[in-house]
Design a protein around this ligand. Structure first.
Ligand code: BGC
Length: 534
């Protein structure tokens, strides 16, 4: 999920406000991390349980029979719309809930929205753990998806839907480490996925229904943490200020920072909130010609991110490994390896994104992903016939290595950068709308991959990996020609230093007037004095 979340009190101008690390800051960071873990756990858990015979027997007897009989094509054993819906429904629900969540965040504040998310998560886990039939299972996933939709509003950059000003990470982080800090959220997601992979591996050894029930049930731990946490933390100062509760906002700020010297930061928040309110028609602004480059890039990055095929692996690796003839335990074990590679490679991204830049990472990863997918397709094409026996061990190891090569490239490029780049390129006037569009397009395409992959595998066979590698080629060309470098460029200077310098996008940077909706770049206009709000 989206990057962002932790706030370091550094305003764009580089002036540091006084701030201590108070318990409430620590709790808030834990909550933000929990949201990422929770999302990651839900991404990783479904594929593992899908590969468990007890689970299949209970909910998908048709698929179970196919896996036992072996007279269907290897590639088609798991091709079942219901099975795919079990994974995909979460993302469709998340997409829908995102719209409601932006409303509750605005009206009720972050704390209550967090509580709502936690309750959805707990209800979803309860339905999943107790599931007696497919309907209960899917309802559980839908409720989890609603939780994700609401949690998005709190933890990702899209919280700007309610707080469209310099308070989310990409804006407040010092420019030189903006990328690395932003990717911390993605790191939590990958840790959540790995955790789910490990749990699935452990519970697969339980030879009863309890295996999958425990796997699905453990998602209850972060869900409970999130819910209890929302009862413990206070509402954020920016959320209170935004709703006109200035005195309370100030009091909370004092508490959070652990000092009485909060006036400068408070003024900044008030000003930020005022600017946010000035942006009256963010969606209309988004369609203006001068904002086309950022919109095209954000939408393209989300579609491309999903078309790398990453979630075919994240969701269905255990099933894929079983398709290749791995045993149940070996598939889950191999999935743990790929999950660990995902986490470690995300660290590489945190370290290098502000040094080598976004383009370099994306282009290098493009080559790596293209080659690894092509090699996987060749091995499968030669070795995995429709009704062949197991893949020879040597080839099986090679496939796992190639999948790890692919994942590592994704994890230091398209994974985190798909979220980072939109969060640092949208200008203030379109930030809230831009981030919402970014999240929605991502969830939509995640849904499509989750719902279609097993059917595509059945029809395309090994060719599915050539299909994804074709996309990787297209997206690498997109990066090469159309994606400008944003490393070390302060957000306020993007237009001058990035867009106006680009061979194509500069044509869109015509000054088409200063309308009412548009606040000035430095945030101060018409001699407004934030002190008047005190
Ligand atoms: C993507 C998710 C994916 C995850 C894998 C994220 O950036 O948005 O769809 O599951 O990376 O680590």
């Amino acid at each position: 999920m989206p990057g962002g979340g932790f706030s370091a009190s550094v305003p764009p101008a580089g002036v540091e406000f006084e701030a201590k690390i108070t318990p409430i800051v620590i709790v808030s960071c834990i909550m933000a991390a929990t949201g990422g873990l929770m999302f990651g756990y839900d991404v990783g858990v479904s594929g593992g349980v899908t590969a468990m015979p007890h689970f299949l027997k209970k909910f998908f007897p048709v698929v179970y029979r196919r896996t036992q009989q072996g007279d269907d094509s290897n590639y088609c054993k798991y091709d079942n719309q219901g099975l795919q819906l079990f994974t995909s429904s979460l993302y469709l629900a998340g997409l829908t809930a995102t719209f409601f969540a932006s409303y509750t965040t605005r009206r009720l504040g972050r704390r209550l929205t967090m509580l709502i998310a936690g309750i959805f998560f707990i209800a979803g886990v309860a339905f999943n753990v107790a599931a007696q039939n497919l309907a209960m299972l899917i309802v559980g996933r839908i409720l989890l998806g609603c939780g994700v939709g609401f949690a998005n509003q709190l933890l990702g950059p899209e919280n700007s839907t309610a707080h469209a000003v310099p308070l989310f990470l990409s804006e407040i982080a010092p420019t030189r480490i903006r990328g690395g800090l932003n990717i911390l959220f993605q790191l939590n997601v990958t840790i959540g996925i790995l955790f789910a992979n490990l749990v699935n591996y452990g519970t697969s050894h339980i030879k009863s229904q309890w295996g999958w029930r425990i796997s699905l049930g453990l998602a209850g731990i972060p869900a409970a943490l999130l819910t209890v946490g929302s009862l413990l933390v206070t509402d954020t100062p920016n959320s209170l200020i935004e709703r006109g509760r200035f005195e309370e906002g100030k009091a909370v700020l004092r508490k959070i920072r652990g000092t009485d010297k909060i006036e400068p930061e408070f003024l900044e928040l008030v000003e930020a909130s005022r600017i946010a309110k000035e942006v009256k028609h963010p969606f209309r602004n988004l369609l203006k010609r001068r904002n086309r480059p950022q919109l095209v890039i954000a939408v393209a990055l989300q579609i491309f991110q999903q078309c790398t095929g990453i979630n075919a692996i994240m969701f269905y690796a255990p099933v894929l490994f079983k398709t290749l003839g791995f045993g149940g335990s070996a598939s889950l074990y191999s999935t743990v390896i790929t999950g660990a590679v995902n986490v470690l490679s995300t660290l590489v991204s945190i370290y290098s994104v502000d040094k080598v830049g976004r383009r370099m990472l994306l282009l290098e990863a493009g080559i790596q992903m293209f080659l690894s997918q092509t090699v996987i397709a060749i091995i499968l094409g030669i070795k995995v016939k429709d009704h062949s026996e197991d893949l020879h061990t040597g080839f099986a190891v090679l496939v796992v290595i190639m999948i790890c090569t692919f994942i590592s490239a994704f994890a230091w490029s398209w994974g985190p950068l798909g979220w980072l780049i939109p969060s640092e390129t949208f200008p203030l006037e379109t930030r809230s709308a831009g981030q919402s569009v970014t999240v929605c397009v991502n969830l939509l395409f995640t849904f499509v991959i989750a719902q279609a992959f097993l059917s595509m595998l059945c029809h395309f066979k090994f060719g599915i990996f050539l299909f994804f590698s074709g996309w990787v080629l297209i997206m690498s060309c997109f990066v090469f020609f159309l994606l400008p470098e944003t490393k070390n460029v302060p957000i306020e200077e993007m237009t001058e230093r990035v867009w106006k310098q680009h061979w194509l996008w500069k044509n869109f940077m015509v000054d088409d007037g200063f309308d009412d909706d548009e606040p000035k770049k430095n945030g101060h206009r018409n001699g407004f004095d934030p002190v008047s709000q005190l």
